[in-house]
Write a protein that binds this ligand. Structure first.
Ligand code: IPE
Ligand code: IPE
Ligand code: MG
Length: 238
């Protein structure tokens, strides 16, 4: 494997962190233990991004569909979010990382939302690195909301339908101002998008690894980045 400092690094990595439940199950543990171990993986990958000089990292932490899970599991995930933010706030400052969130933040329990908003505000001035957490996020919901926002402007007479370009539409999404991901990683072997960044991933390189998210570490990440470095991105050209 080439050393990390000679590899072509993506500017933006998006991750579908999957497999916490199966990781726990295979050890005879409750699913909650898998989520706990998954939070540890998040810490490792965040540090690896700093080390490798990857400025944007988006993590799919909770989907709009995940609300269908048993209440106890949802509660565990929301509690882990709070704990994670409290434990990692210092690191975010140390590594000059701005925190952003995309998704239906208003649906999160008040406790999680309060901590989230506090850390977002306290890291808002950093420009070196950005961590984007997708929370109660669904891509179709995001696209519908963008369409509604633009429709309201058209109705108000401040926007001509013909003025709606790809750039304008992208600017109405929750990811406004963030470059599209270059690389999508999904752990645990599932070959699907599960309603994640449908617009933004149009030209991302996709790497699916069988590794379960709690087992995903710096070495696994390097393997994925090496695979990314081998891809020839044509963007429809020759
Ligand atoms: C990913 O792990 C975490 C979330 C979706 C919140 P899962 O909980 O989906 O784990 P599996 O897919 O059941 O193994
Ligand atoms: C996708 O994983 C959502 C997150 C990782 C937060 P899921 O485990 O919810 O997706 P499906 O059910 O396999 O599509
Ligand atoms: Mg899953």
């Amino acid at each position: 494997m080439p050393p990390a400092d000679t590899m072509t690094m993506p500017r933006h990595v998006a991750v579908i962190m999957d497999g916490n439940g199966r990781w726990a199950q295979s050890r005879g543990l409750p699913r909650s233990e898998g989520h706990r171990a998954g939070a540890e993986s998040v810490r490792r990958i965040l540090n690896a991004c700093t080390e490798f000089g990857i400025p944007y990292l988006t993590l799919y932490a909770f989907s709009t569909e995940n609300w269908k899970r048993p209440k106890a599991e949802v509660d565990t995930l929301m509690k882990l979010l709070c704990d994670f933010l409290k434990a990692r706030e210092k690191d975010l400052h140390k590594n000059k990382t701005r925190l952003l969130a995309i998704g239906q933040i208003e649906r999160l329990p008040e406790k999680s939302r309060t901590v989230l908003e506090k850390v977002i505000a306290s890291t808002a001035t950093y420009t070196e690195r950005t961590l984007i957490l997708a929370l109660s996020y669904g891509s179709r919901d995001e696209i519908v909301r963008a369409a509604q926002a633009l429709a309201r402007r058209v109705k108000a007479g401040t926007l001509e339908p013909e003025a709606i370009t790809e750039e304008l539409f992208a600017g109405a999404l929750m990811t406004a101002g963030i470059p599209d991901p270059d690389l999508l990683v999904r752990t645990s072997g599932e070959m699907r998008l599960s309603n994640f960044l449908l617009w933004q991933l149009s030209y991302a390189e996709i790497v699916v690894t069988p590794c379960l998210w709690p087992d995903f570490d710096r070495a696994q990440f390097l393997l994925v980045l090496e695979e990314y470095g081998r891809r020839i991105r044509r963007f429809g050209g020759v």
